[in-house]
Design a binder for this molecule. Sequence first.
Ligand SMILES: [Zn+2]
Length: 463
Amino acid sequence: MQLAVRIVATCIGLAALSVAQAATTVLTNFTLIDGTGRAPVPDSSLIVENGHISWVGPHSSLKAPSGATVMNLSGKFVIPGLIDNHVHLGLVHDLTQDIKFYSRELVEQQLRTYAAYGITAVQVLGTDTDVIFGIRADQRKAQSDFARVYTSGQGLVFKTSYGGVAGLNKPVANVTEARRAVDEQVAKGVDFIKLWVDDEFGDLPSRMPPDISKAIIDQAHKHGLHAIAHIFYLENAKTLASQGVDGFAHSVRDAPVDQALLDDMKRHDIVQLAATLSREASFTYTKLPFLDDPFFNRAITPGALATLKSQERQQKLAAGKHFAQYPGVLDMALANTRREIEAGVRYGVGSDSGPSGRFSGHFLHWELELMVQAGVTPLQALTAATGTNAKLIGAKDLGTIEAGKTADLVVLDANPAADIRNTRTIHAVYVAGKSVPTIWSVCTGRAASECKGGSKGGAHGER
Ligand SMILES: [Zn+2]
């Protein structure tokens, strides 16, 4: 190694920040989990130049450029930045949901929270205002210091059926309106088209009729975009599969998926974009089981935390019309995820975080844990949330740690391939090679003075 190379201690966040400005950064001596599905590779190193990975390989072959800043990551693990392929942005302040909150400021604040949790890209499923296009354009022009955003603009919902957030979706009543609505979203520059086919446990008078879903899918394909559907019922999933839908934004939750659907999904590469197991799990609690876990509550304001712990909230949730149904829905989602994975269906990872009570960032880590409960290995879950998710959202330069890719990276203290909960031991997060604050270095939900303490948890910490 050349003498000009500067060795920087990595044990404190400030050191990481000072490195951010350097054009060339070298990370050395870590175990590499590259997002392709390959087994972890010890004694790896990589070079970041101008926001991109210019080289990655065995430490013994490293030729560090002179003048580069070198971070010795001995004992640490480096994974690609995580991707959450099913989120909603700009909807809530604390626990209050109202579309009047949607603003550039709130969306960017939430994208910073995602990045602090090691999630360096998110895909929004049909509840954005046009503000999102300016944020995305600015990110794509210049290096971002928060999570990258992919969007479907306003998703398409059949009038009088279930779907999205009123005021942020696109209600359609017939085939002509549906095609026009797709064209409008495409003209805005959406990354894909979202549609909902659901009636909220039969509470609403109808679901989207098949001629309309077919028109939406066809029109999206005409423009070269994917159509991703919110589903609940097996029957709707099968119809959509026969119509050429590209993926499902949730699990089938009313009945076991059958062989015909599995065959169709495999034959036409219809992906299980997101199982949203954390969404279903969250509904089964009156009081979330991780309220005292610092990995969760460092992002929550004291007021919101007090509400989450209150008797009043617990009584209200317990009295909910569908509360008794949710455990069965979660079990069905877990079982169907398992069936699809065993059948060889392609799958990503998405949490459906963002609406009230479903928390940005934390929920993807819970989702990964639940994916492992559903039957994948920790390494498979990580691959789905990185390399596969990048493919599913159409981000060719993200998702894996390979020469030429964007340097969106997460450094972990403990091995996530040994225990998926170790994704929570976040040591550093890089967005395009720039170190950004982590959930352990800042409290996104509180003043710094209120936010001392808290351990990194992970496999050996609090459960
Ligand atoms: Zn959603």
